[in-house]
Write a protein that binds this ligand. Sequence first.
Ligand code: ADP
Ligand code: MG
Length: 675
Amino acid sequence: MLSESIEVLPGVGPKRAQNLQALGIVTIEDLLRYYPFRYEDIQEKNLLEINDQEKVTLKGVVTSPAVLNRYGYKKSRLQFRMMQDHAVFAVSFFNQPYLKDKVEVGEELAVYGKWDAKRKALNGMKILGSKQTEEFAPIYHVSKAVRQSTLVELIKVAFEKYGDQIEENLPNYLIEKYRLLPRAEAMVAMHFPKDPEASHQAKRRVVFEEFFLFQMRMQGLKEKDQSEKNGLAILYDVDRLKEFTNRLPFELTAAQKRVTNEICYDLRSPRHMQRLLQGDVGSGKTVVAAIALYATMTAGFQGALMVPTEILAQQHLESLLQLFDPLEVSVALLTGSTKTKARKAILAGLANGEIDVVIGTHALIQDDVTFQQLGLVITDEQHRFGVNQRKILREKGLKPDVLFMTATPIPRTLAITAYGEMDVSIIDQMPAGRIPVKTSWIKPNQLETTLDWARQELAQGHQMYVICPLIEESEALDVKNATEIYQHLQTVFAPDYEVALLHGKMKNQAKEAIMEEFKENKSQILVSTTVIEVGVNVPNATVMFIMDADRFGLAQLHQLRGRVGRGSEASYCILVASPKNEMGKERMKIMTETNNGFLLSEKDLELRGPGEVFGFRQSGLPQFVIGDLVNDATILEVAREEAKKVWQIHDWPMLPEFQALAKVVGVTDEETYFD
Ligand code: ADP
Ligand code: MG
């Protein structure tokens, strides 16, 4: 059986099994699916064409027995001759005595090494294939204890003995529709492709399978999560809601209307809402959240809005208080710095239902916080929350509907991977009248002249941010860096303008006081580490300097930039950076060229890879083995669509066509899957 331990293979004892296990290979199937990360392209280069010291792979027949000379401690030299098209050349290996066994007179061999043209000799580095005829030798990630050749031999034996047990797991119609290789064939060709095309076809099939199975599970979770028996029907008062939206100080954009409808539909429906609301900074998500919370309140349920920082919580509170009539909606703020007495009162209000809407930080998910009837949970900037924290909050209520808001536009491939079990609403439009922020990139030696220019903006009564980056995660260094910049700016601008400093080491109260002063224009220049990254709203600030901008990701820069351009005046973002490499330069350039957050996040993904984008690694992005979220994006989309279609088929796991699929996806009985 494929699920048997590799120890059933000849030549695999407990020791070797242990070594293989260190590579993640436990069962026969693991071994068969331990795919090479690349292939050695063995080209028969003509000896005369090779340059001196060039690294090449030469294939030929061994013509002399290998002679091993040992000298000194652990030093050795292995020498033999090979012939290629009647031309003979010498091969030597240093300090790899064990290779002697692989060299047999009369056998074909492929050796990778450095060519010494003068001596007509190859300084061998690796033996790629012995007794092999493949044009493409597989190269595996191996360890000291497991060699390439050992692995290849084991894989071959495993295919011989167990290959016929490999079952197809995709339904036939998909194999035909996308002209995919059958599973067993693809698995063999992943290891030992005959040519580049065979390798390509094998990979296409394996990637499709990987993405498709993943999406099948995601869609299954969605089915389960959102099924009617799990959700709440929040029957809000349509008339009151209409009245509320008519009272808003502005007309909603078409995009805001669309997402509001999507959310309201979910609220009413007994299905459990799990929706991701994406919208660029300033696109107006807060008011959409307010509408959803208001609707929830009219249905007699409570709502919670959870945010990552106290400043943001404070700001949301202010926004909501502006929108809500306090006599109609009772709103509370609960954070880590809420005083004990106030906290007690709020906890009581939440438990007895007097409080309709609570805004808070992580303090909301402490054990002693209980709700009378929690109907809706909204988290803002959700990528900062761990999956577990979201779950805890969700579990506080009777499966409240959940809306995740993010201002960080997530590339579609990541969104449908990391949030595949959710529905996605997108606000892809800015409120009318916004002037896009003008972004420029300067070198540090241009800083002084640019500060001179900024003086004009200040002279017009505007304010400015100066953002300092996080340095190697060390708060002490951040503070030092920010402090130095702060002191420098004081020498430049004081006493004409007030300069303030805000950093992560400050007490919350001090932070809030400084933010408050900046809001009230008591200070004009705010030097800050990235604590203001999310949520701060000071429309009078029209200039932002970002120091060492190349230390930030594109998405983060974009987010920071969103702090200016909030009013009706033209705004400027100045990136101060001297990136060391081309990629860094490219990133700075892109920032100056576009204000489209989605485009930037796609670029970020492309340039830095999925793990780096928005710290996704912590938040549980699945690691695909073969599939690549950037290069195989099209396959991912197709696989997702097909998975969705399967789940739309009534009782699909019962149909003969899907038997094998149901088994691997783990669906055997409608009631019991995914527990
Ligand atoms: P986000 O949370 O998406 O970054 P906000 O909700 O904070 O954006 O909105 C940014 C600003 O735009 C706020 O001052 C808000 O009052 C305003 N705003 C939101 N929607 C509209 C609209 N439809 N028309 C005009 N202004 C709007
Ligand atoms: Mg917001």
